[in-house]
Structure formats: C-alpha cells, structure tokens
Design a protein around this ligand. Structure first.
Ligand SMILES: Cc1cc2nc3c(=O)[nH]c(=O)nc-3n(C[C@H](O)[C@H](O)[C@H](O)COP(=O)(O)OP(=O)(O)OC[C@H]3O[C@@H](n4cnc5c(N)ncnc54)[C@H](O)[C@@H]3O)c2cc1C
Length: 281
C-alpha cells in the first residue's frame, strides 16, 4: 500500500549522492515503523508506465511510536530512471508515493559482535544497523569494512565518523578506497573473495562474530560470502542484501530481489581513532 509522503529535505552527500527525507504524518507512524536495515519502495509514473525502486532507510530504528520522518540515501546512476529524477527534479514539498518499510536484512539490538562488508551505496542499511545497535545496546560491538572508489564519493562519511567518535571502543572502521593512490605498506586491490579471505582474519576474530551483514553490488556480496564460508563462518550468521548486478559482473547465483513492479534488480576524509584506511587500485 503506497501513501503519498511529503519530501521535507534533500541534502547532498557527495557529488553523486543525496539524502531524501520524507515526513511521516502522525496517523501513519505505526504503519511506517521499521527495523534497522529495512527498505522502502517508491514509485512514480513516466509516460503512463509505473516505475518502482527500492531504497534502504538509513536512520536508526524508531521506538514503538514509529518514525516522524524517513530518510534514504540515493546514489546517482547514469541514465537511471529514478535516481536521476531524485537528483535533478525532486524538490522539497513534493509528494512521493512510498510503501511502508519491509525486508529481512535487519539487525535487532542485542549484545554481540557484528560486522559488515559493504560496497558503495550498500552503506545505507548498515548505517542504520550501526546507529541502532550501538545506540541501544551497550554490550554490542561492530566492525565495518567498506569499499568505495574514493573518499570524495564515500556516502555518509561524516555520519560514520561521528559514530566512531561516539563509540570509539565499540566501532571499528576499515575504508578501502579502490581508485585513490595507494599508501605505502597498506594492502591494495579490489575487495574480492581472495582479498577478503586474507584481510578479515587480520582485522577481527572472524569466528567470534555473531552476525555478518553484506550489502552492495552482487560481485562484492558474493565474494564476501564466499570468503566467510571459506573461513568457516556458518551460513546462518551471514545476511545479504544485493542492490544490483553489475552488467560486466558474474552471471551465476541469486539475483537481487526486484520487489514489486518494474524494479531492477562531509567531513573530509580524515581518519578517526582506530580507523584503518586501505587504499588500492
Ligand atoms: C533491497 C534494495 C535496497 C536498495 N537500497 C538502495 C539505497 O539505499 N540507495 C541506493 O542508491 N540504491 C539502492 N538500491 C538500488 C535502487 O533500488 C535502484 O536500483 C538504483 O537507484 C537505480 O535505479 P534507477 O531507476 O536510477 O536506475 P535504472 O533505471 O533502474 O537503471 C539504469 C541502469 O543502471 C544499472 N543500475 C541499476 N542499479 C544500479 C546501481 N545501484 N548501481 C549501478 N548501476 C545500476 C541498471 O542495470 C541499468 O543499466 C537498492 C536496491 C535494492 C534491491
């Protein structure tokens, strides 16, 4: 069931990404309550045909009263029907048809050790995971391994750095920048299965992690899953959300859940305490 929600904010995150905030009127707040990591569908009509796309909510999960607003992060996809619209036409005050949040890529706050491997816009649900679990559960820890082209294209750099400042001993950050100059002594190369197999055990006690959250393009998610399985992690501890399948990427395995309709599949780059920047090709 779609409801028209009013856009109350559009903020630029990077040159090619924005956040869009929707107001949730009081009578709909219970309906739009979400768990950390869930996503919502939006739709619009172009020349009489309906376009639906899915975006993960990046806010911390609300309490039982539900959210007053919902915020999503949208990366611009060249020629993309919805993301180009969100970047170039959508304006504060517009109404957008939004479905209540859904999805099983959730992390309910509980004590434990959690880790995520994300690529690009795959950070969006994991930002919600981290803020929710560390904010609500003092006995929770989180390790985030993220892969981006460059610091300038890294979404939510400032918010993640703020979380690191707030939880310096419970949040570990590893940024892998694939298209910036390599620093001497740091590992290089894309975050693929082979590299993750070597990198992850050097960062954290892999077997002690209660839940792994993998999100982003198919190739990265699949490579991370294979690395974790090879390191002996049980399937039940691995959670995955695939945002899209790269056109030149692998063609085997599960494809992203397209959802209903025509769905397809700043702070500067400074490092905060305990954060390791890994730069590669
Ligand atoms: C569960 C789920 C959650 C998602 N959450 C987010 C989110 O929080 N933020 C976000 O930005 N996106 C997210 N996505 C991706 C989003 O739903 C759209 O696919 C994306 O915004 C592109 O839509 P579009 O209409 O602009 O492009 P389209 O018109 O659908 O596609 C144009 C071209 O770009 C390719 N393409 C499609 N998606 C991508 C992509 N992500 N990267 C590169 N190329 C692509 C297509 O194959 C096609 O060739 C999510 C997807 C899923 C399945």
């Amino acid at each position: 069931m779609f409801h028209p929600l009013r856009v109350t904010g559009i903020e630029r995150l990077t040159d090619d990404s924005v956040t869009v905030t929707f107001d949730v009127p009081a009578p709909l707040r219970e309906t739009y309550r979400f768990a950390a990591g869930q996503h919502l569908a939006v739709r619009r009509f172009v020349d009489g045909s309906e376009i639906r796309r899915t975006y993960s909510v990046c806010d911390p999960a609300p309490g039982p009263e539900g959210p007053e607003s919902l915020r999503v992060g949208v990366r611009l996809v060249e020629g993309g029907e919805f993301s180009v619209f969100a970047h170039k036409e959508l304006a504060v005050g517009d109404l957008v048809d939004v479905m209540p949040p859904t999805g099983r890529f959730v992390l309910d706050p509980r004590p434990g050790y959690f880790a995520a491997v994300v690529g690009g816009s795959g950070i969006t649900p994991v930002l919600s995971h981290i803020a929710t679990v560390l904010g609500r559960e003092p006995a929770a820890r989180f390790c985030l391994v993220r892969s981006d082209r460059s610091a300038a294209s890294t979404m939510f750099l400032e918010e993640i750095a703020d979380l690191k400042d707030r939880y310096p001993d419970r949040l570990q950050l590893v940024n892998v920048l694939s298209r910036e100059d390599q620093q001497a002594g740091l590992p290089s190369g894309r975050l693929d299965q082979e590299r993750l197999t070597a990198l992850l055990p050097a960062l954290l006690p892999v077997a002690a992690v209660d839940g792994w959250y993998l999100c982003g393009p198919f190739g990265l998610v699949r490579g991370a899953e294979q690395a974790l399985r090879g390191l002996g992690v049980d399937r039940s501890r691995i959670h995955q959300e695939i945002f899209h399948v790269e056109e030149d990427g692998p063609v085997t395995g599960p494809r992203p859940n397209p959802g209903p309709g025509r769905q397809h599949g700043r702070r500067d780059a400074r490092r905060t305490r305990g954060e390791l920047a890994v730069r590669g090709r």
